[in-house]
Design a protein around this ligand. Structure first.
Ligand code: FRU
Length: 502
């Protein structure tokens, strides 16, 4: 019984263990973003969407909010927590190179994107053509003004220590040099910050009131410039931005807040694809070069927005499908777990039923044994009863015999000639037979019974009459007073005289 139960529990444990979920992710990817803004959001969104195709792995995105120290700590935490691959957009090249190199030299695959470090301590780099963007901005600016006059322009760069700012500036200067109708009045560091761009424009406008155009390295800063120019009533000044991220740059162009911007691709999906190529040992390129794409101005902002909407709609559909798939998956998992539980219950029930049947069988067997015993007992009882009746008969017979024997004693004890023979004769038995029967019934011989009876009678007479011992001797059938006294003393422990005197 116990063995069966233990087997049941072992089966139970095996099934429960098998239906447990494997929670350990296959790969853990850390993304260290230098900032968090519209453009980064778009990139993060693309990376998350790409991760949908790798639901056995997880991705964690941390933003350093444009702070070098924080980003160094973020990357260190990915190293400490043993992430399998780290993706980094380093806030400033020089400050971030050491920690990236440390991770890379520790054997953690590194993907650099958008911004670069100062050396090539990385596994793969998504190289966006920032120089091309800077040049395109100068080219676009030149196209806005008459070729044979010189128009002064201002440049508000991104964070000076970040490579996109350095490369856009380089491209922009190349353009200035190659387009004779442009002259750079000043280039200042706006640190990608809208507020800073607003303040810088205010002071630069006082210095160079005759500027015709301001090129900002990001739409974020370009919008800051636009706010200020609107306040100063200088909307005559053209504003160029960069990024063209939907939800900010393209709308700003459509709504005439800035005049044009340049697409700075986010490539979130490509970054994740490269990450899994590296993790799964598939081929990948150390440097993936993405040529700069077109500009965005009034002429194509609408179309682009519509395409973006379509893409967003398609993306949402993908996300929705993924959501549904997740729900299906959860439902399936629950169903599996549920069916496992049912299976377990069924097995347990089967075992209980089996045990129950076993019990029934054992019970039936016990019952049979009991019946057998009962039968035996009944037979025994019947035998006993039979014996008892026989005994009873015998007893009755004995009783009857015994009472006849006693009766003889009672009526003839005074006769001194009484003996075993005379009694046996009256009971039509041999003397030995009589002695045996009386002994088996009373453990005494007939003579002992007769003598004890006589003594008892003598005792009664002694106590209840004033007859002499001689008279009593002959009345109870003793042969002589001396013999009566001897037997009396043996039987009662005192002589008849003592008794009488006491
Ligand atoms: C977003 C951003 C963009 C810019 C890029 C350069 O964080 O500031 O506006 O194009 O970073 O790295």
């Amino acid at each position: 019984m116990k063995r069966l139960l233990s087997i049941a529990f072992v089966i139970l444990a095996i099934i429960m263990a098998s239906c447990g979920d494997k929670n350990e992710p296959k790969f853990r990817i850390g993304v260290s973003q230098c900032s968090s803004d519209e453009w980064r959001d778009k990139m993060n969104h693309e990376m998350r969407r790409e991760m949908l195709f790798h639901d056995d792995s997880i991705m964690e995105i941390i933003s350093a909010d444009d702070n070098n120290e924080k980003q160094i700590a973020d990357i260190q935490s990915f190293i400490d927590r043993g992430f399998d691959l780290i993706i980094v957009a380093p806030n400033e090249a020089k400050a971030l190179t050491p920690i990236v190199k440390k991770a890379y030299d520790a054997g953690i695959p590194i993907i650099i994107f958008d911004r670069r470090i100062t050396d090539d301590s990385y596994t793969s780099y998504i190289d966006l053509d920032n120089k091309g963007i800077g040049y395109a901005a100068a080219q676009y600016a030149s196209s806005l003004f008459p070729p044979n006059s010189v128009s002064k322009v201002l440049e508000i760069t991104g964070l000076a220590g970040s490579t996109p700012a350095q490369e856009r500036h380089g491209g922009f200067m190349e353009g200035i040099d190659s387009f004779s109708n442009l002259k750079l009045a000043a280039s200042v560091d706006g640190a990608w910050d809208r507020e800073k761009a607003y303040v810088l424009t205010d002071s630069l406008l006082r210095l160079y009131p005759d500027i015709k155009l301001i090129y900002a390295h990001s739409d974020n800063m370009a919008i800051g410039v636009s706010d200020l120019l609107k306040e100063k009533g200088r909307q005559d000044i053209k504003i160029l931005g960069t990024d063209a991220s939907p939800g900010q740059g393209i709308e700003a162009v459509r709504d005439g807040i800035i005049d044009a911007t340049f697409i700075y691709p986010t490539e979130g999906h490509r970054i994740i694809k490269t990450a899994f190529a590296i993790l799964e040992g598939e081929p990948f390129e150390k440097v993936v070069y993405i040529p700069s794409l077109s500009s965005v101005d009034k002429s194509n902002a609408e179309i682009l927005l519509r395409q973006v909407e379509l893409l967003k709609d398609a993306t949402n559909k993908v996300l929705l499908l993924d959501e549904i798939n997740d729900q299906q998956e959860t439902r399936y998992k629950n169903l599996t777990r549920f069916s496992n539980t049912i299976l377990v219950l069924a097995i347990v029930l089967a075992l209980i039923l089996f045990l129950f049947i076993l019990l029934l069988i054992r019970n039936r067997k016990l019952q049979k044994e009991l019946e057998e015993q009962n039968k035996t007992l009944i037979e025994e009882r019947d035998r006993q009863l039979k014996l008892y009746h026989q005994l009873d008969e015998v007893l009755v017979k004995e009783d009857d015999f015994y009472s006849r024997f006693i009766n003889i004693i009672k009526t003839q004890f005074a006769d001194t000639s009484m003996s075993t023979d005379t009694i046996a004769q009256q009971l039509s038995l041999g003397p030995a037979q009589l002695t045996r029967k009386i002994k088996s019934l009373t453990h005494f011989t007939p003579v002992e019974i007769l003598r004890n009876y006589r003594l008892e009678q003598a005792r009664q007479l002694l106590l209840s009459s004033d007859k002499t011992i001689n008279e009593i001797t002959s009345e109870v059938g003793f042969s002589s007073p001396a013999y009566l006294t001897k037997c009396f003393r043996e039987h009662f422990g005192m002589t008849p005289t003592d008794l009488r005197n006491s």
